[in-house]
Design a protein around this ligand. Structure first.
Ligand code: FES
Length: 120
């Protein structure tokens, strides 16, 4: 049995090259980050693998470096590839962000695949 999908936003609400955080379960803190690169979306848990319970952003939606080339963790400066989530700089080299599944329906709504997002 599949868990229900959770709607995150409309695709056109996220500009190309930008990132946003979401609180799909209404816990009062973003738990998913979404990055758009053209038609591609990359979604991860908002948890740094350096310390697994650490949110990534220093302020809401601030997940990318200035060049918007990498996801960064504000706590200790780790850099992650947007495509795949691998850490390429910082204290958690060799580790990766935890991906979550998202999809876009024909209406342009972005949905979180709840089966890949098991909130503790
Ligand atoms: S908690 Fe993210 S780099 Fe340390």
């Amino acid at each position: 049995m599949h868990a229900p999908r959770l709607r995150l936003c409309r695709l056109d609400e996220l500009a190309d090259g930008e990132a946003r955080g979401f609180d799909p379960l209404g816990h009062g803190q973003d738990s998913v980050l979404l990055v758009r690169q053209g038609a591609r979306l990359h979604a991860y848990r908002d948890l740094c693998p350096h310390y697994g319970d650490t949110p990534m952003a220093w302020r809401r939606h601030a997940y990318l470096n200035a060049e918007r080339s990498h996801i960064v963790c504000a706590a200790h400066g780790a850099w992650f590839e947007i495509d795949g989530g691998a850490c390429i700089r910082g204290p958690c080299l060799g580790q990766s962000l935890t991906p979550v599944g998202v999809s876009v329906d024909t209406e342009g709504d972005v949905w979180l695949d709840s089966d890949t997002f098991n909130q503790p």
